[in-house]
Design a binder for this molecule. Sequence first.
Ligand code: AMP
Length: 228
Amino acid sequence: MAGRPAADALPVVILLGPPGAGKGTQARMLQEDYGLVQLSTGDLLRGAVAKGTPAGRAAEAVMQAGGLVPDAIVLDVLRERMAEPDAARGIVLDGFPRTEAQAEALDALVAARGQRITAAVSLEVEDAAMVERIAGRYSCAQCGEGYHDRFKQPKEAGGCDKCGGHEFKRRPDDTAETVAARLAAYRAETAPLIAYYAARGLLARVDAMGAIAEIRAALARALSKAGA
Ligand code: AMP
């Protein structure tokens, strides 16, 4: 059809990186900049926990302890979300895949949709920065816009820049002990995916230590190189 990109041209972008690397923040920006749909398995699982679904009940304690939720549960919630009409557009995956089994399942899911992975971007940060970023972060309870005590306060105190909401929340798993467990899970299970995507010629590395706007620009350069 004229003017409409072929299905396989729709970007499927993966954001890899440890907790606090800025995956959620940058995924939201890719949503704004490229019209991609942000799919965050962390958000989907938190939604399932809040609703008390069977998946949520199975995931809650693992998430609170900073471990990885079993692949089968994560894949179920992701598949369900990917079946919604808006996800037929290009997508940015934030927090998925986190294990090699998830990466293989994603390859199959994407192929079944006649798409292919555009790029897997590794957001690279130092350990000390991660802890500081996580310790100060919070988000709008209404629209999910992210803020930080030091790096990004709302322009008007107490009001969300995006939706004007006045309620903010912090994640229950953003505690020092849980962050240590989440980092250990990242190193053991997720960091090997950097080699997985490098071997397929899909990896882009982005220095994620700078300001949010600089990282956004570096990410745009990486995606344009990858043909997004
Ligand atoms: P996030 O919001 O991406 O930091 O995820 C929060 C928590 O949800 C993680 O610490 C895990 O317990 C769980 N989680 C999110 N995505 C995944 C995934 N792809 N595989 C396993 N567990 C996940």
